[in-house]
Design a protein around this ligand. Sequence first.
Ligand code: SF4
Ligand code: SF4
Length: 296
Amino acid sequence: MTPQGSRLHEGDTLAGMPECHPARRALFARRVPRGGTGERPGAGGGGPRHLARALLDRSGAASHRVGRRPALKEEGSPVNETAARRGPQWAMVIDLQKCIGCDTCTVSCKAENRTPPGVTYNVVLEMELGEYPNVGHVNVPRPCMQCDNPPCVAVCPVKATYKREDGIVVIDHDRCIGCRYCIAACPYGARYFDFGESYADEMQGADEVQAPEFGVDRGPRRPGKAPVGTVRKCTFCLHRLQRGEEPACVETCTGDARFFGDLSDPHSVVARLAASPRAFRLKEELGTHPRVIYLR
Ligand code: SF4
Ligand code: SF4
């Protein structure tokens, strides 16, 4: 393996979406139900190569304390006055040269959001680069991209999924009818169907665990009660943002590869990193305009 082989280069977009390492896939794969095949149509997460009641607060007025540095405002700047009226525009930057592929983000996300088997909001994909003998690989963490032009929202027949003013795409689990059109429409494999499975076989009291997603405590998961039977996805840990905390994956990242903040603030770390020549978005050619920006 050479350093040359493990770097992304100008023009690389990862348009083909890398493969999830088989060991990781096994670790986070949905459990096979007793007597079943483990295969259900529309299970979400995309193919092998792709690898909540609604939000109480739709205003998007999450705390400005979130971010690696306080939001700075320039007096009299028209740009910042407009941004202040609109509120923060949340975005995430992931530095692929810093990601060590440890999966801490995946595990901390599952623990934070209490996701059931088969529902993993954040995965770390792997992509091989170069040709023998100059080969290497890059780890590509993949949360929901919080697209500015989200195909998942466009196809929802009951408007259960929508984009908030702060840019986060969310799901009203009391409106979602479980048709899974959005799973098919998402080009990043970022949505999952909640089949109602649990970790009860492995963890005592697993069914009593409550999911704090979107700041709504829905109580213990029960068959026939949302979010069981609905589609689920990453929300940048909106319930944490509402407490002024960063997403769990950002807070726990071992490689310090993730940055989170207000993209509309030109002084924010994410805005400055997004302007870097190293910055790119996954599948930019689709016009989805992701709010997750990578650094090659
Ligand atoms: S990544 Fe997929 S689920 Fe997330 S906003 Fe974009 S289309 Fe929707
Ligand atoms: S926790 Fe950070 S370093 Fe580890 S896999 Fe996730 S993004 Fe990469």
